[in-house]
Design a protein around this ligand. Sequence first.
Ligand SMILES: Cc1ncc(COP(=O)(O)O)c(C=O)c1O
Length: 385
Amino acid sequence: MPSASRFDLEIDRRDSWSTKWNRYGDRDVLPFWVADMDFRAPDCVLDAVRTRLDHGVLGYTQIPAPLTEAFRAWLQRGYGWQVPKEWLVWLPGVVTGLNLSAMAAATPQGSVLIPTPVYYPFLAVPNNAQQQPIHVGMQRSGERWVIDFDAMGKAVKPHTRLIMISNPQNPTGRAYSRAELTELAAFAERHDLIICSDEIHCSLILDDKTVHTPIASLSEVVAKRTITLFAATKTYNIPGLSCAVAVIPDAKLRMRFKAARRDLVPGIGPLAFAASAAAFNDQSDWVPSLVAYLRGNHARLAEVAGLRMTPVEATYLAWIDVSDLGLDDPAAYFEQHGLGLSDGRPFAGPGFVRFNFGCPRAQLERGLERLEKALQVRGEHAQGR
Ligand SMILES: Cc1ncc(COP(=O)(O)O)c(C=O)c1O
């Protein structure tokens, strides 16, 4: 019997107004959709929030200097990337940063290039910034999804100003290699594009042959045209404590990004600051143990009979191809079988569903039983048996 892991603990979340768990009301649907794990955050983070709470006054708060230092040290430890504090713009969320990036880059008749499928809020960004969207489908290359540079070269326009990527990639689970990022940076250079790189999943690398490279760390030239977005919220499972940071080396671009905030973007709360500072300071076994547990969950998911998915190199999200099942509404079909999955269509990935396996193993097993059944029933139907 393997010894119990802290990640095995099942916590009832329905009484906490959980977005993930309360979506389906009283229906017997197990949620594996939104990118929110079911694990308790580590004590170092919870203790930091408690300490801040015990102060008793929770007023408007400046960016705490210890948070800035914790983040800079984290970047240096993880990626050998040294950034001065002037380059940082703190935000109440990565999605806010995606939108501000497009506003900062926007020009009349401008457009935004986006490899798809992608985390669906990316797809609303061009319109929010009054720019034209240009979606370019990623390609399957063997067991991996890759950026289609030929198609991007054909799609890019003279007025395209920005390319937006998710790295590691939600939903395909790709962690782009250094070679791919170098090619992407050269593409951006050739077409004079700003790069907005969402690296929120960078600590969740499941493939032991893969390392995460922040694209801006490739060279100073690349850094100058890049806005990189980070947050501790996915890795430490505190997405409800909204806090993120943009790293923007170029002073003019940073000024435009800050100007785009106007009075539309709220400040960050003191509890969120405290939690993120503790997370960036963490050097305990939290990340390696979490990654090991997620690898185990990924292996179990990959064993499901009849499942078509590419291996997840990073994130806790699997991108499952259900196009052969002939379903008009895949998410609705899986819900009928008691599974709450994300439909691929909002990600510009019709025929796919996304499965979040960031949960205790016992819960995963209950979900996998349902998944296997749902695939089997439909598979037989599709074969006309
Ligand atoms: C790639 C990616 N970016 C951003 C977010 C959300 O970030 P935030 O809650 O900080 O806006 C998510 C959450 O699922 C994500 O997967």
